[in-house]
Design a protein around this ligand. Structure first.
Ligand SMILES: Cc1cc2nc3c(=O)[nH]c(=O)nc-3n(C[C@H](O)[C@H](O)[C@H](O)COP(=O)(O)OP(=O)(O)OC[C@H]3O[C@@H](n4cnc5c(N)ncnc54)[C@H](O)[C@@H]3O)c2cc1C
Ligand code: SF4
Length: 294
C-alpha cells in the first residue's frame, strides 16, 4: 500500500479559531497534542519550537497547551525532535511523551522502540507520534539562500512558508511569492533523495495538506492509539471532519505523490548501489519495502 497501513482517511481541521489562524494547515497537530495533554494521554510533547534565528526551529518539551500552540506552523528545515525525547524523559521526568515527527524521525523512533539497546528508558515512554507528510527538507542555510537570492525576499520578513501546487511559497505582510519546486531541487538535504516515505507510514496517525482544500488537512489514522485519540478529539468537538470522497483534490493526489516519491527515490537508491555507494535501504520491490518489516 503506497500510503502504508491505515484505518481511516479523513479531511479534518481544528474547530478552534486561534489554532486555525496560526497553524500551517488544519491545525491537526496542535489540536491533537493539546487534547492529549489535557486528557492526560501524554504528560508533555516534543515539538519544533521557535528559536533565536527566525525559521530555525529548536526542539522543545512543551508542558502546556500554550507552548504547543507557540510551535504551530511548518519550518522547512531540520528540527532534531528525536534528540530531545531523551531530555523529556530524563530531565522532565515524563512517563508518557507525545511528539510530532517527519517520516524519517518516525522511523528512527520506531527503530528505537524495536531495538531499545541503551534507550529502553526512552523508547517505552513514547505514547503518541503525530507524523507529518514530508517530500523534502532543507538545510537551514540552503533555505535562507534560495529565499533571499532566488525569491528576492529577506527571510526575516517571511510570515509563512508553504509547499503546494508544485511550488514553494512565501507570504510576507505585503506579498505572496512562489518559485517552482524544480528551482528548489538541489537545495534539499542529500538524504531526502533516498527517502521512500512521504506520509509517516509508521506514526500513530499522519497528517499533511495534500488531498484536502486550503485550511484543511488529510488525516490517516493508523494505530489503535492514533485512531482512538483522533476519534476522542472529534467527539469532544475539537476537530471537524469530512469524508475524503467529498473533498478535492482528494486521496488520489496523495497516493500519486507518495508513489512518485517511492519510485523516484528507489531509482536513486538503485543507481547508487550500481556504482557502489552506501544507501540506507536496498529494497528494489514493494515486497521488500523496509517499512513493511514494522
Ligand atoms: C520539512 C517538511 C516538509 C513537508 N512537506 C509536506 C508535503 O510535501 N506535503 C504535505 O501535505 N505536507 C507537508 N508537510 C507537513 C505540513 O507542512 C504541516 O506540517 C502539516 O500539514 C501539519 O499541519 P497542521 O496545521 O496540522 O500543524 P500545526 O498545528 O501548524 O503544527 C505544526 C507542527 O509541526 C511541527 N513542526 C514544524 N516544523 C517542523 C519540522 N521541521 N520538523 C518536525 N516538526 C515540525 C511543529 O512543532 C508543530 O507542532 C511538511 C512538513 C515539514 C516539516
Ligand atoms: S524527505 Fe525523508 S529524509 Fe528528507 S526530511 Fe523528509 S522524511 Fe526526512
Amino acid at each position: 500500500m503506497v500510503l502504508g497501513t491505515y484505518k481511516e482517511a479523513l479531511s479534518a481541521r481544528s474547530t478552534d479559531k486561534q489554532i486555525q489562524k496560526i497553524s500551517q494547515d488544519g491545525g491537526i497537530v496542535t489540536a491533537l497534542l493539546s487534547f492529549a495533554l489535557d486528557e492526560k494521554i501524554i504528560d508533555g510533547a516534543v515539538v519544533a519550537g521557535p528559536g533565536e534565528d527566525m525559521w530555525k526551529p529548536v526542539p522543545k518539551v512543551a508542558m502546556t497547551s500554550d507552548e504547543i500552540l507557540a510551535a504551530a506552523g511548518t519550518k522547512y528545515t531540520l528540527s532534531p525532535n528525536v534528540w530531545t525525547l531523551k531530555e523529556a524523559v530524563r530531565q522532565y521526568g515524563l512517563e508518557k511523551v507525545g511528539t510530532v515527527a517527519i517520516p524519517c524521525q518516525t522511523m528512527g523512533i520506531r527503530k528505537m522502540q524495536s531495538y531499545p539497546f541503551g534507550v529502553r528508558f526512552v523508547a517505552d515512554k513514547i505514547a503518541l507520534i503525530v507524523g507529518i507528510y514530508c517530500m523534502e527538507n532543507f538545510p537551514f542555510e540552503s533555505l535562507r539562500t534560495f529565499i533571499s537570492e532566488k525569491m528576492g525576499v529577506s527571510p526575516e520578513l517571511v510570515e509563512k512558508m508553504d509547499i503546494g501546487k508544485g511550488k514553494f511559497w512565501v507570504h510576507t505582510a505585503d506579498e505572496t511569492l512562489s518559485i517552482p519546486l524544480k528551482e528548489t531541487h538541489g537545495y534539499e538535504q542529500n538524504g531526502c533523495n533516498v527517502c521512500l516515505d512521504y506520509v509517516a507510514e509508521l506514526a500513530d496517525l499522519s497528517t499533511g495538506s495534500v488531498g484536502s482544500p486550503d485550511g484543511w488537512s488529510t488525516v490517516l489514522t493508523r494505530t489503535d492509539a492514533g485512531d482512538s485519540i483522533f476519534k476522542q478529539a472529534v467527539e469532544a468537538g475539537l476537530i471537524e471532519t469530512k469524508p475524503m470522497a467529498d473533498v478535492k483534490p482528494g486521496l488520489g493526489l496523495l497516493e500519486k505523490l507518495a508513489k512518485e516519491k517511492k519510485e523516484k527515490n528507489q531509482k536513486t537508491i538503485d543507481d547508487r548501489i550500481a556504482i557502489g555507494l552506501p544507501v540506507p535501504y536496498k529494497a528494489s520491490t514493494e515486497k521488500e519495502d523496509p517499512l513493511a518489516n514494522y
